[in-house]
Write a protein of this length. Structure first.
Length: 467
């Protein structure tokens, strides 16, 4: 029986992960993510699905972030009635992520005006509850039967806690979806699991064109930027997601403080969801690496330790504007919404302050515009001068760099799997494709949106592709 793989998202762009595996009358969806980019790209979130949701037997999620999961409640609203399979930690994080996104969509518009069609919520709290009721959390390395012909297993992707590589067996064919692979050696989480065999590999390629600095060099750079800014009575803004990145950055601030670069830095975690995410992580200490687990069990109490304040209420968040010489962690990570925009309004015009980006900034987002070095940016309808220093520290990324991706692919036995590159901008994926060809003689494919491939269980034979 023929197996079809449909590329329905994250093709030649970083966000909107969505892949449909079709085997006879059985349809399994891997991720159903939100597109996060320019207004033109955002319109894809409202387009009809390229498949009938009522025909999908199961949804499999690789991590909790919106670009992998953000359209699942809409999928349920439009008729999906199967199970949503993911890891135990991701299942616990989904309520935080989906509740927050639904709340943001339902907030009042300026001037009390009614939303246009393009501004109407993609879904509400009702759809979130219906989607959560279908979620099943599974342990890593547990084989799960989805149908008589399809089985899956989750392996640790090492990206954020709960993130997963998906191994899928379709009769004799094995497909591996890398999900978001983690940066080997990064703090808190474990390194990505090694996979030895596959016929087909769907590989993320966000940083396929570059290598990150080493962790020690990255910590030194972060410490220098922070200490210089705080010494000048400036403030440090760090746009980070509530789930995953806030906890990792707090860990890093503790590390550079222990090394003497900072002395009792005042840190504000201005995101209520970061508090809820910390509660989830506290229930899953087994997923942390040894050092991070020890730190969480025994919080720092040395004299120079960071003074961390979690701000939940709007009033407490506004109160931060009266501070100077502080570190502020707030979402969203790409500055497209959330409390970080209020802090940018306050500090972006201050040459003593700085903004530190720790993750990938998708083309078309405010974060991307800031790192491109404009003199002015528009935030909440206001044009602001950009006088604060803008720093990008890619070594802090939770995603694998080119060397990490190549080494991970190298663990697959010969013949190497038929490889499709996703989750990346085309130029960056082209660089990785050339590197895969040079090192392993893999002729990687960079699929287009809604392209379909007919898969073969013989990894040495090229699959057929259709657009």
């Amino acid at each position: 029986m023929v197996t079809r793989l449909h590329f329905l998202g994250a093709t030649r762009t970083v966000t909107g992960s969505c892949f449909l595996v079709q085997h006879g009358h059985t349809h399994v969806l891997v991720d159903c993510g939100l597109v996060q980019a320019s207004q033109e790209m955002l319109s894809k979130n409202r387009e009809p699905f390229a498949f009938d949701p009522t025909e999908v037997k199961a949804v499999v999620l690789t991590n909790a972030h919106l670009d992998h999961t953000g359209l699942v409640p809409r999928l349920v609203e439009e008729g999906f009635r199967g199970p949503i399979m993911t890891t135990k930690i991701t299942k616990d994080l989904l309520r935080i992520v989906w509740d927050d996104f639904a709340r943001l969509q339902q907030r009042p518009l300026s001037g009390g005006r009614r939303p246009t069609v393009d501004e109407a919520p993609l879904y509400t709290d009702r759809e979130v509850e219906r989607a959560l009721a279908r979620c099943e959390g599974w342990s890593y390395d547990t084989e799960i039967t989805l149908s008589p012909s399809i089985r899956i297993r989750f392996a640790d992707a090492g990206h954020m806690l709960g993130s997963a590589i998906v191994e899928m067996w379709v009769e004799d064919l094995k497909i591996v979806f890398s999900g978001d692979l983690g940066h080997r050696g990064k703090p808190i989480g474990r390194d990505p699991s090694t996979i030895k065999e596959a016929d087909t590999l769907v590989l993320e390629a966000t940083y396929g064109d570059r290598n990150h600095k080493t962790i020690p060099a990255t910590l030194a750079e972060l410490g220098q930027v922070m200490s210089r800014t705080l010494a000048a009575a400036g403030s440090v803004l760090m746009p980070v997601s509530a789930v995953g990145r806030s906890q990792e950055v707090l860990y890093l601030i503790d590390q550079i403080t222990r090394e003497g670069m900072l002395d009792q830095p005042r840190v504000f975690v201005d995101n209520p969801n970061a508090i809820h995410a910390a509660d989830v992580y506290a229930r899953h200490l087994e997923a942390f690496d040894e050092d991070a687990g020890r730190l969480l069990r025994h919080p720092p109490s040395y004299p120079q330790a960071p003074v961390v304040t979690f701000t939940e209420s709007v009033e407490a968040s506004r109160g931060i504007a009266r501070e100077s010489g502080v570190i502020i962690l707030a979402g969203s990570a790409m500055c497209e919404g959330g409390r970080i925009q209020n802090h940018l309004l306050r500090y972006l015009g201050d040459p003593r302050s700085c903004v530190i980006f720790t993750g990938y900034q998708v083309e078309g987002t405010l974060g991307r515009r800031l790192i491109e070095g404009p003199r002015y940016v528009r935030i909440q309808g206001l044009w602001l001068p950009v006088k604060a220093q803008i720093h990008t520290i890619n070594g802090l990324s939770a995603l694998a760099d080119q060397s990490g991706l190549l080494d991970w692919v190298g663990a697959f036995r010969e013949p190497k799997p038929e490889t499709y590159l996703v989750h990346g901008e085309f130029k960056k994926m082209s660089v990785l494709a050339a590197a895969l060809q040079q090192r392993y003689r893999i002729e990687a494919t960079i699929p287009e949106w809604r392209e379909m491939a007919l898969l073969s269980a013989n990894a040495g034979r090229r699959s057929k592709r259709f657009r």
